[in-house]
Design a protein around this ligand. Structure first.
Ligand code: MET
Ligand SMILES: [Zn+2]
Length: 765
């Protein structure tokens, strides 16, 4: 029989119970025991509901109160010194590592967070050094295996593999130069032996060991590490399902197929092309092959016919007992259930499949591949056929005008009329900005009042006119504030935006919004990505009224503010029937019209934010060029429709941009602003290495904390920038938008920014 499995379930609860409980605990409104109980309820619901769908391998142990990588660090005693000896309980140390802690005389910053592969999920980076003293402080995998058993569900526990754990980590500050975290593998293996041995003793038959770094180029050199690790672990562990996801094994397959593990999982959603090779490689070893046929990264119903074709191939080659149908990755990246959506139309609901529905899908596919003639299975297959046919029909009724417009894009549409050097002169005359112009990244504090007004509008408690009046007052206050502080290039403050992607999605054709489709981004922060369902177009100006109004209030130049095509795409659930490139170009054309309209509306500088351009980068370097080409082209398409005198800006934050910096140069924005103060020297080295010829504003202070940067500190940052960048190119601005900040600290901080810029004008004349 072919069996079915889910690699991981969302840990947030269908009604965001975990967020609520965790935040209540932080606020002192819930005890640790109560938090544990609330978490257990969510876990039990997940186990029993996944099982009730007929799934054979139900995951456990992947639940987390904050982050699963942090769970491993805490369990392995990978706790940086700054969190130790502060009198905190283990649970509070755990949360302090995740989010920092500033209370009762304890003041420790959070650990670094990084994006989990190419997803929008962030993990807490383990800090490692020669001194790291691995110990198994507790065994969460065993505890949750037992909890699930008590709840009547026998699970397949999930553990992050030792090699990925180390490679995802970083050298701590006290590590010796050149220290490589993966060198700690021999010290870490005994801990994994304990962990996995205990699981076996507790009665686990299988364990899922995730080694996602096997889909990245850097693992090509890790054959020795993988081989020695798994040769040691296999004899003491339950049967190991070695799990890879998000891309393909490529050349690693040669050594992975030789590891003595009992099963191998591959992602056939992202990398269906690897199936034949993998089948051939595992065939002689008796390895069970787990096929990731149901996407863990998207929300579309699985096309059963296509999935069964792939599945049948594996069954024909290996036999039913050696095949598992699985989700491609953990379902952590999908919302919990469609059952919570009351506002989608019946037609729309029929297109989608969230985590719980995906659990059913793997069960049905496995049954079908086992040759089941069960009436429930047959009717599920029939129903899927109908749904997919309807969806295809909807897709084929595409918006021809949009498709034609994309097909008619010509290379000249991507370029500004004149090169930067010419534009710079024209813009200087036109905008008349001083040297070291000061500006901000767009948003100003999103106060309670703003959120309340938006909520009231949503509930119909105020009219659209009343809401717009309110927003206008906010804009006016933001303009007056900037004039008072003395900034040079102003913004309207974005008070009308609930979110930088959702706002545009709601105004564009082609998007659908959910009520409850939350997905964890990090810790207790969840996002609700819009879903792109059809061709994207603009029905009319989206931001012009606000920007023009703001400009009408002041003599200083006003910067228009848009979210870029690649960021809108990367922070939405994209369509699966057409390429991301095509969707990005459709978005770009819609934004191009907006940019042109803004210029017509009297705006002289426009910023198109692309903070998410880095995270869409494919995991395999061989795929980078293709992505970067269309991503850069999309930005250029969106911004190049204006005259030379319009100054285009773009903004980047949240990631390391080092390795894609040449592409950022190719965007040919007149000015870029980039988060820099958190990693000062690193970014400056990048400029040194690649050079940069357009104008640039490396952030002069971190906006993620309420701390006010001193004037001297900002001057120091400017000085180190000026060591590397020509003074004629430098803009002065914060790291990112100020929406999460309060007014008091914003005023103090920006006052210091303006003072530092004035100082620079005097000293670098
Ligand atoms: C995550 S980047 C945010 C840019 C946006 N313009 C803002 O200021 O909030
Ligand atoms: Zn930003």
């Amino acid at each position: 029989m072919v069996s079915s499995s889910v690699l991981g379930f969302p840990r947030i609860g269908a009604n965001r119970e975990v967020k609520k409980a965790v935040e209540a605990y932080w606020a002192g409104k819930l005890t640790a025991d109560e938090l544990t109980k609330a978490a257990l309820e969510v876990k039990k619901t997940s186990w029993t509901s996944v099982k009730s769908k007929g799934v054979d391998f139900v995951p456990s142990g992947e639940f987390s109160l904050y982050d699963h990588v942090l769970d491993h660090s805490a369990a392995f005693n990978v706790v940086p010194k700054r969190y130790v000896g502060q009198g905190l309980s283990p649970l509070d140390v755990y949360f302090a590592m995740g989010r920092g802690r500033q209370a009762d005389g304890v003041d420790v910053p959070a650990s670094e967070m990084k994006k989990w592969f190419d997803s929008n999920y962030h993990y807490v980076v383990p800090e490692l050094s020669e001194e790291t003293d691995f110990k198994l402080l507790f065994n969460k995998a065993v505890e949750e295996f037992k909890e699930a058993k008590d709840a009547g569900v026998t699970t397949r526990p999930v553990v992050l593999g030792p090699v990925s754990f180390l490679v995802l980590g970083k050298a701590s500050k006290d590590a010796k130069p050149g220290f490589q975290p993966v060198s700690l593998l021999p010290k870490l293996i005994p801990v994994y032996k304990n962990l996995l041995g205990d699981l076996k003793a507790a009665g686990a038959e299988w364990v899922q060991v995730d080694e996602p770094i096997l889909v990245q180029d850097k693992s090509a050199t890790l054959e020795k590490e993988f081989t020695s690790a798994y040769e040691e672990l296999v004899p003491v562990a339950p049967k190991i399902m070695l799990t890879t996801y998000f891309s393909r094994l490529d050349s690693n397959l040669t050594y992975v197929a030789k590891l003595p593990v009992a099963g191998l999982h591959i992602d056939l959603d992202r990398a269906p092309g690897q199936l034949d090779e993998v089948i051939a490689a595992v065939k002689p070893n008796n390895t069970v092959l787990s096929l990731g046929l149901v996407s863990g990264r998207n929300i579309w119903k699985t096309d059963f016919e296509a999935a069964l074709k792939l599945g049948q191939k594996a069954v024909d080659a290996l036999g039913q007992d050696r095949v598992v149908v699985a989700t491609s990755s953990s379902l952590l990246h999908t919302p919990v259930t469609l059952a919570s959506e009351n506002k989608l139309t019946a037609e729309q609901k029929d297109w989608f499949s969230f985590a719980l529905e995906k659990a059913s899908e793997v069960a049905v596919l496995a049954a079908a591949l086992s040759g089941s003639t069960d009436a429930a299975v047959t009717s599920a297959l029939e129903a899927n056929k109908t749904s997919i046919a309807k969806r295809r029909e909807f897709e084929s009724t595409s918006d021809d005008s949009v498709r034609k417009r994309v097909a008619a894009i010509t290379p000249d549409m991507l370029d500004r009329k004149s090169p930067f050097a010419v534009r710079k002169e024209i813009q200087a005359k036109h905008l008349n900005l001083p040297k070291f112009p000061t500006t901000t990244i767009g948003s100003f504090p999103q106060t309670k009042e703003i959120r309340q007004a938006r909520a009231k509008l949503g509930k119909g408690e105020i009219t659209k006119e009343q809401y717009e009046e309110f927003i206008k007052k906010e804009i006016e206050a933001v303009v007056r504030f900037q004039e008072k502080v003395g900034l040079d290039l102003l913004v309207h403050g974005e008070p009308e935006r609930n979110d930088m992607v959702q706002y545009f999605g709601e105004l564009l054709h082609g998007f659908v919004f959910t009520q409850n489709a939350w997905v964890q981004s990090y810790g207790s922060r969840y996002v609700r990505p819009p879903i792109i369902v059809s061709d994207v177009s603009r029905s009319g100006p989206m931001t012009v009224q606000w920007s023009s109004y703001a400009q009408s209030l002041t003599k200083k130049p006003m910067k228009g503010m848009l979210t870029g095509p690649v960021t809108i795409l990367n922070w939405s659930f994209p369509r699966a029937d057409i390429s991301r490139e095509l969707q990005s170009k459709q978005l770009a054309l819609a934004l191009r019209d907006e940019v042109v309209d803004l210029e017509k509306g009297g705006i002289q500088a426009i910023q198109v934010d692309e903070p998410a351009i880095r995270e869409g980068l494919p995991l395999r370097r061989a795929d980078w060029d293709a992505y970067l080409t269309w991503a850069v082209d999309s930005f250029k398409l969106a911004t190049a429709g204006v005259t030379d005198q319009l100054q285009t800006h773009s903004h980047f934050c949240y990631s390391d941009f080092d390795d894609i910096f040449p592409s950022i140069q190719r965007l040919d924005a007149d000015v870029i602003s980039i988060e820099a103060s958190k990693s000062d020297m690193k970014l400056l080295n990048t400029f040194k290495h690649y050079g940069y010829s357009n104008q640039i504003g490396p952030g002069v202070y971190d906006i993620h904390s309420p701390r006010v940067p001193g004037e001297q500190e900002i001057k120091d940052r400017l000085k180190s920038m000026l060591d590397i960048l020509p003074d004629s190119l430098l803009f002065v601005n914060p790291d990112c938008g100020l929406k999460t900040r309060g007014w008091t600290e914003t005023e103090a901080s920006l006052t210091n920014v303006v003072a530092a810029a004035r100082w620079a004008r005097q000293n670098y004349a």
